[in-house]
Design a protein around this ligand. Structure first.
Ligand SMILES: Cc1ncc(COP(=O)(O)O)c(C=O)c1O
Length: 343
């Protein structure tokens, strides 16, 4: 039955699974001293068109928490939207790995921080002097938790403001590939050229078994991150199998092919649902997610037929449909037909 609960619930992409099997011959040095891990820096540097520092880890939460914890001192504050995974879904891990930093919620619209709202905040900093946490990091998610996208210009505006105040810009790229595929820009344009300092590069949601990477665009931020990762328990002894996944993911544009298909699946779904009586699509569909309010009868009917998706906190009847790269058009069409019959 069609599963729209999460892209996490999809299968491993065959080429990535093969890469794990290929890596499974004989012995290789442990803790990232193997040949495959040794290739990551060059491959990522090529993708991002500059020298980067890359640290593979196995969850997106670890990538976010270890990265943010590394660039934020215990007395610092990390700014993000109220939807941010780092705020609502990581059980305080970024604050924990910084040694105590605070998380500050910034107003958002369509899942994004607006430059002028951020400017207002920035203008009001400092009134309490040493009594208030120091603004140290701004974290934005691309694609956002509600499936929308920051334009390159929007990222640039936020990073200019944040840099003026000595903050570091972190991008949660759990669905980074979906954003690159959708915007059609280069990974470099969407990150360091737009002022991003550190990226949580995701692969798991888009076909990997468990592979993410912290990518630093400035060497000084990466200093001693190896120890931070070790303390966080993400320096894997068998790192070669994580690195094999990342290499296969980036090889011959596989990551963008998979993400383009997931994005297309979301468009098919949106287009099929948007005109049905009682259905309201509430966020722009720019990645692989569709958020819609469905009439209760339709919602219950679809669940009763065995379709899998999550109700979402918020408005009455709100549902999140998250599309995996592995969904077929035929499956989406059948789902839309079932929804239409219930409309
Ligand atoms: C935007 C975002 N960031 C980070 C994560 C964390 O990924 P993981 O579940 O691998 O820790 C998720 C997972 O749902 C996510 O949606």
């Amino acid at each position: 039955m069609l599963n729209l609960c999460s892209d996490n619930e999809g299968p491993i992409a065959p080429k990535i699974l093969e890469s794990i099997v290929d890596a499974n011959s004989g012995f290789a040095h442990s803790y990232g001293e193997d040949k495959l891990t040794g290739q990551l820096k060059e491959v990522f540097s090529e993708v991002f068109e500059r020298e980067v520092e890359v640290f593979p880890v196995v969850t997106g939460t670890a990538a976010n928490a270890l990265a943010l914890g590394h660039v934020t001192p215990p007395y610092g504050a990390i700014y993000c939207t109220g939807h941010a995974h780092i705020l609502v879904d990581e059980c305080g891990a970024p604050g924990f790995f910084s040694g105590g930093a605070s998380m500050v919620k910034v107003k958002s619209s369509q899942g994004k921080i607006d430059g002028s709202d951020f400017q207002d905040l920035v203008d009001n900093w400092g009134a309490h002097g040493d009594h208030e946490p120091k603004p140290c990091a701004l974290s934005i998610t691309q694609t956002t938790e509600v499936g929308t996208l920051y334009s390159v210009e929007e990222i640039l505006k936020l990073s200019e403001l944040a840099h003026q105040h000595g903050m570091v810009i972190h991008m949660d790229g759990a669905r980074f590939a979906n954003a690159v595929a959708s915007l059609g820009c280069s990974p470099a344009d969407m990150t360091w050229r737009a002022g991003v300092d550190v990226l949580s590069f995701g692969a798991t949601k888009n076909g990997a078994l468990a592979a993410e990477a912290v990518v630093f665009f400035k060497k000084e931020h990466a200093k001693e991150f190896g120890r931070q990762r070790m303390r966080g328990g993400h320096l894997l002894s068998k790192m070669r199998f994580v690195s094999a996944q990342l290499l296969a993911y980036l090889e011959e544009g596989l990551w963008l092919k998979l993400a383009s298909h997931a994005n297309l699946a979301a468009k098919w779904l949106r287009d099929g649902l948007v005109d049905l009586r009682g259905v309201k699509v509430i966020y722009k569909v720019e990645g692989n997610a569709v958020f819609a309010c469905l009439p209760e009868r339709m919602l219950k009917g679809l669940l009763a037929e065995g379709y899998l998706f999550h109700r979402w906190p918020g408005e009455q009847g709100l549902v999140r449909f998250m599309c995996s790269y592995s969904l077929q058009k035929k499956e989406i069409d059948e789902f839309v037909r079932a929804a239409r019959l219930l409309a």
